[in-house]
Design a protein around this ligand. Structure first.
Ligand SMILES: [Fe+2]
Length: 135
């Protein structure tokens, strides 16, 4: 069974961002699968780097739209994004140095952070965007 399943409850009611979130969920699941299959640090590192790159892309798309539309929560939201990006970049670095394996704690951290971020922080922008015809 997949570690993380995207459910309708996770919808932020902005189609592009739901699509991005589903991709992030898939990447987290791929990493989890690689962990379970005891794939090499190189394979794990590749997936983690892909997760980092896609996370950066997705966050910058959200922030761009918030900026364009004058979303009042942008600053705090950006801080949350930067914190997580920093954490994932650290994981990539540690894995590269052989200082860390990706274990269940890492997987739980990635899953929980993303889930809480979508459900609490992202969902706050739904009404703002929808009332400005972004959906
Ligand atoms: Fe976000």
């Amino acid at each position: 069974m997949a570690l993380f399943e995207w459910k309708e409850d996770f919808s932020v009611h902005v189609g592009a961002f739901d699509t991005h979130h589903k991709r992030l969920v898939d990447l987290i699941n791929s990493l989890h699968e690689a962990m379970q299959k005891r794939k090499s640090a190189e394979v794990m590192g590749g997936t983690l780097k892909e997760l980092l790159a896609y996370t950066r892309y997705h966050f910058s798309e959200e922030e761009k739209l918030m900026d364009t539309m004058g979303y009042p929560g942008l600053q705090q939201h950006r801080k949350d994004h930067d914190w997580f990006t920093g954490k994932v970049a650290q994981l990539v670095q540690k894995l590269r140095e052989g200082a860390l394996g990706v274990g269940i704690e890492t997987m739980t951290f990635l899953k929980n952070w993303l889930m809480d971020h979508i459900l609490e922080t992202d969902k706050r922008y739904s009404g703002f965007f929808n009332s400005r015809s972004v959906n």
